[in-house]
Design a protein around this ligand. Structure first.
Ligand SMILES: [Zn+2]
Length: 242
């Protein structure tokens, strides 16, 4: 039986970073569609919150989204686009030193903790821009699962590091890429669930990726989740670690 992990990055997205109403349109509206669909179709989703873009004004709304995800049995994880809160000229984790990355992860974790979530279990670097220091920074912060590897993405400095054990420095890596006939599919988007022939994909588990800023409509999400459930089991990262 196929195993799927549905992941959703909750963020305004680089293209919408400075557009008006970016938070309500690209973060809240999109995440809300997922959260409402999960009331109808019971599947766990791994949400990755880019907490660094939350501002004083919208912090409560971010907290509410996290709480709703948690109440649906989904996971509240950390997504790192550090430039919103740290250096606006350095967008990727790999551009920061180990000490800086450790601090970025610590601050993100602290924000989630202040919003009532004890410990994010999993991390994803924004733009898949992780390197070995990212893995060390996660370890220092006791986050032991990572999903930042996108094969063939030049921004991802970890792509060559992962072996079949999925472990790097004791952190379990779940690439977002999959393999079919030994060829790499860089990413499978939630939006293309109905167009993908999963029977030929060799990767287990198959990680799917969605974003709040391009979330399918509520009705279509339900349809896509039903299609997915017919093809296998939707699980969490923690169900796939040793
Ligand atoms: Zn992102």
């Amino acid at each position: 039986m196929k195993r799927f992990i549905v992941t959703v990055d909750v963020e305004r997205g680089e293209r919408n970073a400075y557009s008006k109403d970016n938070f309500s349109i690209f973060v809240v509206k999109g995440a809300d569609r997922y959260l409402r669909a999960l009331r109808v179709v019971d599947v766990p989703v791994e949400f990755f919150f880019n907490v660094y873009e939350s501002t004083y004004k919208d912090e409560e709304a971010w907290q509410k989204l996290c709480l709703r995800a948690h109440l649906r049995g989904s996971e509240v994880n950390l997504h790192t686009h550090p430039h919103y809160l740290f250096d606006s000229d350095r967008k990727n984790m790999y551009e920061y030193s180990l000490a800086e990355q450790t601090e970025i992860v610590r601050v993100g974790k602290l924000m989630l903790q202040e919003w009532g979530f004890e410990m994010p279990k999993t991390h994803r670097a924004g733009n898949y821009g992780a390197n070995l220091d990212t893995v060390a920074a996660l370890r220092a912060n006791n986050i032991l699962i990572d999903s930042s590897i996108s094969m063939g993405n030049t921004n991802c400095k970890l792509a060559q590091q992962v072996d079949s054990s999925r472990k790097i420095f004791g952190i379990t890596e779940f690439p977002v890429s999959a393999k079919r006939d030994s060829k790499v599919i860089p990413r499978i988007d939630v939006n293309s669930i109905d167009k993908t022939d999963f029977s030929k994909i060799e990767t287990d588990p198959i990680v799917l990726i969605g974003h709040s800023f391009n979330a399918p409509s509520f009705d279509r999400l339900i349809e896509l989740f039903i299609i997915l459930k017919k093809q296998g089991e939707v699980v969490k990262f923690e169900n796939c670690t040793d």
